[in-house]
Design a binder for this molecule. Sequence first.
Ligand SMILES: C[S@@+](CC[C@H](N)C(=O)[O-])C[C@H]1O[C@@H](n2cnc3c(N)ncnc32)[C@H](O)[C@@H]1O
Length: 479
Amino acid sequence: MEPPSPETPATPLRLPRKGEEVEVVVRALGERGHAVAEIAGRTLRLKGAAPGDRVRARVLRRGRRGLEARLLERLEPGPAAADPRCPHAGTCGGCSFQAVAYGAQLEAKRRWIEEALAGSGLARVPEVAPVLGMEEPWHYRNKMDFSFASRRWVEEHEPEGVDASFALGLHVPGRWDKVLDLQACSIAFPEAEALVHTARRLAREQALDPWDVHAARGLLRHLVVRKGLRTGEILVDLITDALAPERVEPFVAALLEAHPEVTTLVQGVTARAAKVAQHDEERVHHGPGFIREVLAGRTFEISPTSFFQTNTLQAERLVGVVAEEAGLRPGERLLDLYCGAGTLGLCLAGSAEHELLGFEVVEPAVQDARRNARANGVEHARFEVGDVRDVLVAQAHGALPPSEVVVVDPPRAGLHPEVPAALAALGARRVVYVSCNPRQATGDLLRLEELGWATVGARPLDLFPHTPHTECVFTLEPR
Ligand SMILES: C[S@@+](CC[C@H](N)C(=O)[O-])C[C@H]1O[C@@H](n2cnc3c(N)ncnc32)[C@H](O)[C@@H]1O
């Protein structure tokens, strides 16, 4: 073994202390968006490095789950190293894998799903297909939610004493109270950046106060921007803590003048402390109050608060995979659970050959789904507001018509503990489980296996390049 060079500290065999510099070789990527190395028999996590990189890092924390460190220098980039594109890559945390070649990201995502399935206790583990990645994995997000804040995160390269009293951007990871003043974003749709710059300039010129998390007040709270990739329509959703027309109208007018590409501008009002862009009250200042997107040949209306897949190109491929796995035959009925604005159901069962029934808990999304069905001439679809758990429990009393195929696309938490049993009792011939949190989903798959179902397919897609988020379509059949 070569002696350590005099310039770089040797990797200690004992456990390094907080603040100490270490030299390690990155072994793998972790599901929380970290690069993982080993030191003195413990796991060391850091961001901004790729498997195979030899790096110098400073230990920030020593805990029960191992050590956390900050990257100081990539001494020798490994075969999976890439140069981050974004100037905020080390700080923002939004896309923590920018320093990793895209192919290696896809391999890591596949391995995580394989490991989750292998450790799930499933008797029959399906083979995991290669992850379907993007050809051009940049500027893919059709929606961004930026926060206004009265406390700005000061980046390392900035001089001391800079004005930190205003920010519009993204929350710095681990800092609920500080926001990075976003100058560029490599994953947002291209027009998003200019909208952020204009909104920031206007807010400052017009002396509008940003949200102060500590005092829980401030007019400007969020700037949510959405774009229909296929239609070019752009929605701006400005979240404020009060309607305040005398202050908001001049801001909105100037924003629209500077950005004629914005096709609709909505103001959502919420006085709640929660850091989410929600509408307790709504005012449409310009345009129809929604945008349209085309997916798999169908047109969807998307209103400010309804869920829509954030990566249009990959969502289209997702629809394709779900359709293949569902394998709907003429005359069969489809039940679309957690249906959002009806995207999956309408793409799969939009023809008169099928009956479609969808359930979703967010009312505006259901209204969108109904409108989307009408706009696409789908007459055999019904969308209802309902919590999937309640719907399936009610089904035990015969409230639901039978369906041959069921699509479930739950949020990250997966299915409610009562849902698998009710799902298994539906008598479908196939369940297609779309998961944005495959590790969590394996618990549901195991429960369904115990109820007599087998997981026969696992087809992952990358909907979120440069982030650790994974999406996987699992197919289940009765054994
Ligand atoms: C991952 S999204 C899927 C949306 C849709 N399938 C699509 O592809 O556009 C999950 C959806 O489940 C809804 N949801 C969350 N919890 C629910 C529940 N308990 N019952 C019904 N819908 C729920 C959310 O509002 C969201 O629209």
